[in-house]
Write a protein that binds this ligand. Structure first.
Ligand SMILES: *[C@@H]1O[C@H](CO)[C@@H](O)[C@H](O)[C@H]1NC(C)=O
Ligand SMILES: *[C@@H]1O[C@H](CO)[C@@H](O)[C@H](O)[C@H]1NC(C)=O
Ligand SMILES: *[C@@H]1O[C@H](CO)[C@@H](O)[C@H](O)[C@H]1NC(C)=O
Ligand SMILES: *[C@@H]1O[C@H](CO)[C@@H](O)[C@H](O)[C@H]1NC(C)=O
Length: 252
């Protein structure tokens, strides 16, 4: 890179970060609507993710709604009407809130039986994000929460295809990426298999989270968001003790 290009990229960098979102202003509290599969969803039989744990970190009047749907793909979430419900929540909230929509899929899209190819997955993610932007809200593309299966001491990466695809969409469409897969992998690898199993929804379910797991991985999400947007500090509560344990890779 030439000196001139470096100087130009430095000058442009703060501008890119400060780019205004049409529906946002400094006075409004944040609202978070969570779109995704069972690894976002409310704890229930056969499902349960980080969503409710994250929502518990919010400071009123900030609020959120967990619309995670067990078994959802980027196709079924739209076809089944969940996405329309998310968009209605967004439309109703943008006057009074800075609205964020988290978009996290992949666990089911990657299963061959669901017939979602990677190119289709990418097109779908871009389309969801664009719907959110067109309503004056901010889409946040999340890479998939890691599963907690180990091969010996090594955490297995079995989401690489959909994680890479999500990263590519975020980069190509200039959508904010929240790399939950990287952050959750780092923590799960650090604590190891036996401690990671304590977050299982039920014994042997290394995909879904129990309530405590939701609080811990919800904290990871909260910290990623706080790190990505300083204005969210007013609306997302902190837990320095828990954040510190996670950052140090110590089981919490
Ligand atoms: C719409 O927004 C109003 C005001 O923020 C709120 O009281 C109401 O519960 C919302 N309705 C729905 C369906 O989200
Ligand atoms: C995937 O395609 C097969 C073969 O066309 C079909 O039987 C199956 O129902 C499809 N599954 C979904 C989830 O659309
Ligand atoms: C994902 O991308 C990484 C880094 O570019 C690469 O090493 C890995 O093989 C990719 N994984 C898949 C499943 O495509
Ligand atoms: C903060 O995290 C610690 C460690 O997990 C937990 O014991 C405590 O209850 C949390 N505090 C709040 C206010 O959530």
């Amino acid at each position: 890179m030439s000196l001139r290009a470096i100087v130009r990229s430095l000058l442009l960098a703060p501008l890119a970060i400060a780019l205004p979102v049409p529906g946002h202003n400094d006075e409004k509290p944040a609202a978070f609507f969570l779109a995704g599969d069972s690894t976002t969803a409310v704890q229930s039989t056969g499902g349960g993710g980080w969503g409710d744990g994250f929502l518990r970190t919010l400071k009123s009047p900030a609020f959120g709604v967990n619309k995670g749907h067990n078994g959802a793909t980027t196709v079924s979430f739209v076809k089944g009407g969940d996405w329309a419900q998310v968009l209605n929540l967004v439309k109703n909230a943008t006057d009074n809130y800075n609205v964020y929509v988290t978009i996290q899929f992949g666990h089911n899209d990657q299963k061959p039986a669901n017939n979602v190819s990677i190119p289709q997955f990418k097109t779908n993610l871009a389309s969801l994000a664009s719907d959110v932007q067109s309503l004056g809200a901010t889409p946040l593309l999340f890479t998939s929460l890691s599963r907690r299966n180990f091969n010996g001491n090594e955490l297995i990466q079995d989401l690489g295809d959909v994680v890479n695809a999500t990263r590519e969409v975020a980069a190509a469409s200039h959508i904010k990426l929240i790399d939950l897969n990287a952050a959750s992998r780092k923590y799960v690898q650090a604590i190891g298999s036996a401690d990671a199993d304590k977050y299982n929804l039920v014994e042997g379910d290394r995909t879904h989270l129990n309530t405590h797991g939701s609080d811990v991985f919800g904290r990871i999400v909260a910290d990623l968001l706080l790190g990505s947007d300083r204005s969210l500090g007013r609306w997302i509560g902190r837990n320095v003790t828990l954040s510190h344990l996670i950052a140090e890779g110590v089981y919490a």
